[in-house]
Design a protein around this ligand. Structure first.
Ligand SMILES: O=C(O)/C(S)=C/c1c[nH]c2cc(Br)ccc12
Ligand SMILES: [Ca+2]
Length: 173
């Protein structure tokens, strides 16, 4: 009986200091997305998951702790709803035009040049964006906005970076 108790404590420990790696995140996301036929994707790649971890790794541990994972998970849950809302023809993808409204609905205020850049970066040859590209795009937008505001101490909308600070921001993203 005593042995079991010890094992239970160990399990709880694992949960409390669980740090999720990119590979584990990839497996979790692909297991869940497989259950949603309405979300078309070739699956989240390891590279995309590495990027999402970098963008969400607020304590710089290189992995996601429970709090960082929970934030990412809640965002994906919210954004998958937005994706489905704009995927009006149930194709499992959204057009670059619908992407503008979806990005706006997700609370990001961009300009036309940025919408074109997002289309170039995330849409396929038919200007459609599939689910994993959509999620990676929004995770990147949220992470980069957060990083800018962390630097913009006085909130005047301007930051001043030297090249190494700029590289720290852009290389771990
Ligand atoms: O269809 C729904 O109501 C929900 S709650 C979907 C999801 C909630 N979290 C998700 C994560 C991934 Br990846 C894909 C789909 C979902
Ligand atoms: Ca972390």
């Amino acid at each position: 009986e005593k042995k079991n108790r010890k094992q239970d404590i160990k399990k709880v420990d694992f949960l409390s200091d669980m740090e999720i790696t990119a590979n584990e995140l990839k497996n979790v996301l692909n297991r869940v997305v497989a259950k949603h036929q309405e979300l078309k994707t070739e699956g989240f790649t390891l590279e995309s998951c590495r990027s999402m971890i970098a963008l969400m790794d607020t304590d710089g541990s290189g992995k996601l702790n429970l709090q960082e994972f929970r934030h990412l998970w809640n965002k994906i849950k919210q954004w998958q709803g937005t994706f489905k809302h704009y995927d009006t023809d149930m194709s499992g993808t959204i057009s670059s035009y619908e992407m503008r409204n979806a990005v706006n609905d997700a609370g990001f205020r961009l300009n036309n040049q940025l919408y074109d850049i997002i289309t170039m970066r995330y849409a396929d040859e038919n200007m459609n964006i599939d689910f994993d590209s959509f999620i990676c795009c929004l995770v990147r937008l949220e992470g980069m906005f957060r990083a800018f505001h962390a630097f913009d101490k006085d909130g005047d909308g301007l930051i001043r970076l030297n090249v190494l600070e700029w590289l720290q921001l852009t290389m771990y993203a």
